[in-house]
Design a protein around this ligand. Structure first.
Ligand code: SAH
Length: 404
């Protein structure tokens, strides 16, 4: 049957950021639940996905690439999928409206402040991207200008004008990125105004977020996600909890009131600094954070030392690596709460975990990214037979793990 639904976004055909604009929201939710059942239903019962009441303007992080188009006109917007062509976007229905307005004003201000955008073909110009982070609960806004050099002659008047136009801006950072490639942010930063991070609130806790630290982009749904994860962990106050892939410590800190102690491990050092600051910000004395590879940390834990009763794990889309999962099986915590942003890698990792002695008790998808095809899922795993996993588990077919 031909659908009569009109995609609400005028950029839909060109942009590629949202894939499900042709479907009404209720239909998107049905489709996402169906996808989770298809991929994860063999492991356990999949609940219907939790959607949003108002599925617009949910993104607290907005990114615009700046360039000259074929007619050398200044444009800002989103990269077309698989290309370096920019689709000009002035206002996006899933992004924070105030952040979009700042990006439009920066673009309009560039000629007056003699700022040239970087041209990849000639290697000339200065500004490449603008990234904006917003704390929805606090209203704070951090503007990150990504440019190829630290030389910014009209910096002071530029900052003055932008902050006058947008008093909601609480920080402006210049990030240096002179490398080619898909990574937006470089490693060097200079503070031009205010505070170099934002603070936000989730689940009654306060969090500081630096430009390069990971932070969930949909805070309304993140609160539901974290509450679900903490519920699944069924904490009694006695447990040692490991928060693996912890970012700025959000899940561990949310769970900390119900745990004896929380240890977080995370690769990104900026995020670990934020996590340590966040424990302090919330007056918590039972949270520790360490920088490192989660797999390596889990391996050390399996060899001896602190044995967590509960492990939260929230890896990137690629899922967990084999080293992490094997060590997790050796450690054999009573409960594992897997927060996943890709049900395909979750299914792959559940195959190993369930073969190694765990059973998926509950699977709850949460719609963190309305209008896009992405699905977030929380899966609660209970340990079944302790004796079974004391023998190191070697799957017969581990080929699917070696793709990475
Ligand atoms: N739990 C956090 C972060 C989840 S995103 C939150 O909800 O906000 C995944 C995190 O894993 C990112 O912060 C990323 O930097 C981190 N990461 C990626 N690979 C890792 C690895 N091998 N070891 C530890 N952390 C890793």
């Amino acid at each position: 049957m031909e659908s009569t639904f009109t995609p609400p976004c005028p950029y839909f055909k060109k942009c590629g950021g949202c894939q499900l604009q042709h479907l009404p929201y209720a239909e998107q939710l049905r489709r996402k639940t169906g996808r989770c059942i298809a991929l994860l239903g063999d492991f356990g019962h999949v609940e219907p996905i939790w959607g949003m009441d108002e599925p617009t303007r949910y993104r607290n992080k907005v990114h615009a690439a700046f360039a000259l188009d074929n007619r050398r006109k200044l444009v800002s917007g989103i990269y077309q999928p698989g290309s370096h062509a920019i689709v000009p976007v002035d206002d996006c229905m899933i992004e924070d409206a105030a952040s979009d307005a700042v990006i439009r004003d920066i673009r309009a201000m560039l000629p007056e402040f003699k700022i040239k955008v970087f041209d990849e073909r000639s290697g000339t110009g200065w500004l490449r991207h603008v990234l904006i982070r917003r704390g929805f609960a606090t209203g704070q806004m951090l503007v990150v200008l990504v440019a190829v050099s630290p030389i910014f002659p009209l910096q002071k008047p530029f900052v003055k004008k932008l902050t006058e136009l947008h008093p909601e801006i609480t920080g402006i950072v210049l990030n240096l990125n002179d490398r080619f490639g898909p990574v937006v942010l470089g490693t060097r930063e200079k503070l031009l105004f205010g505070t170099p991070y934002i603070e936000d609130e989730l689940c009654g806790k306060r969090f500081r977020i630096s430009p390069r630290s990971f932070y969930q982009i949909n805070p309304v749904q993140t609160e539901k996600l974290y509450r679900c994860a903490v519920d699944f962990a069924a904490l009694t106050g006695k447990e040692t909890v490991l928060d693996a892939y912890c970012g700025i410590g959000t899940i561990g800190i949310t769970a900390s009131d119900k745990a004896r102690q929380v240890i977080g491990v995370e690769l990104n050092r900026d995020a670990v600094h934020d996590a340590i600051a966040n424990a302090r910000l919330n007056g918590l004395k039972n949270c520790w954070f360490t920088a490192g590879d989660a797999g390596e940390y889990m391996e050390q834990t399996a060899r001896g030392g602190l044995r967590p009763e509960v492990v939260f794990l929230d890896p990137p889309r690629a899922g967990c690596d084999e080293r992490f999962l094997r060590s997790l099986l050796k450690c054999a915590p009573e409960r594992v709460v897997y927060v996943s942003c890709d049900p395909r890698t979750l299914a792959r990792d559940l195959k190993l975990l369930t073969a190694g002695g765990y059973r998926a008790e509950k699977i709850q998808p949460v719609d963190m990214f309305p209008w896009t095809e992405h699905v977030e899922t929380v899966c609660c795993l209970y340990h079944q037979k302790k004796d079974f996993i004391s023998v190191p588990y070697e799957p017969k077919d581990a080929s699917y793990l070696k793709q990475r």
